[in-house]
Design a protein around this ligand. Sequence first.
Ligand SMILES: Cc1ncc(COP(=O)(O)O)c(C=O)c1O
Length: 324
Amino acid sequence: MNIIRIKLASFDKLSNAIVPTPVHELPVLSEIAGCRIFCKRDDLTGFGFGGNKARKLDYLVADALQQGCDTLLAVGAAQSNFCRMAASYAAVHGMKAHLVLGGDKPERPTGNLLLDHLLGAVCHHIGSEDWEDYESHSSELERNLTELGRKVYRLPMGGSTPIGSLGYTEAMAEIIDDQKRLGVTFDTIVFASSSAGTQAGLVVGKMIAEWPGTVLGISVARKTAIHTDNVFKLACETGRLLNVSIDRTAVCVDDNFIGDGYAARTDSCDEAVEFFARRCGIFLDYVYSGKAAAGLLEYCRSGKFRNAGAVLFIHTGGNIELFA
Ligand SMILES: Cc1ncc(COP(=O)(O)O)c(C=O)c1O
């Protein structure tokens, strides 16, 4: 058995996860890059239209059920992918989802919010996007629900805690299997990085397996120095659960594709979203996977991957935003 899976064996995980995810080559990008470019379809992880949050929730919701909780409380923007996925996991596991959502209640729900409603989640629109307001509303809601006799599991923003990050430590084991099955060795794994859980989990997996390639997070919000600190801190905390120490040089971040900030549109992201749709038949989004793909395209075009054996792009999902 893969050494990563041996380390993870003592942690609870939901048994109905729909992984491994497919991996296929993107020939049009391979031609541009001069090396084989593959895409791992974590936009197809299973329930609730999928995405990277499923892997975190496979561990977080197992932890919630183990503690006897019957209610998931998640926070995020009105179009949060994480909240939509939390609502779908609650639906699958007979729990109630309460979502604390930023901003005002829109006249008509669209995109992720439409799906939150369909999944039966209770949506609390707090009229503010201030972090302190999210915190105070969540705490008050947790108190109220507890008084009503509910056992609440409060999910962290983006699912990025050590337990949540284990999902991507396991994904690293899957990627090592993907390499064997496809007969390739990935030099670099490229993906969108924001609340750090995806990247931290992959870095921990890399350290355990002594995988020699680069885990490259394309930051969609924070500058390299701050984001590297965030990922390193979370990777160390996750590593502690598994008795693994983390080398800071294993955390690689590129902040060149953020533009004016989180969720700000950029020309390179717009172009990448269109390129993936028209040349690969794959839908991305403008906040996460589109910015990561903008980075991937730039690396391919500038010849940075020319000497690589192969490169893996993880499609982390988020494309429901196209319907917002
Ligand atoms: C579609 C999508 N891709 C990537 C990310 C980034 O993952 P992480 O927050 O684990 O860094 C997110 C997080 O919200 C996301 O929704």
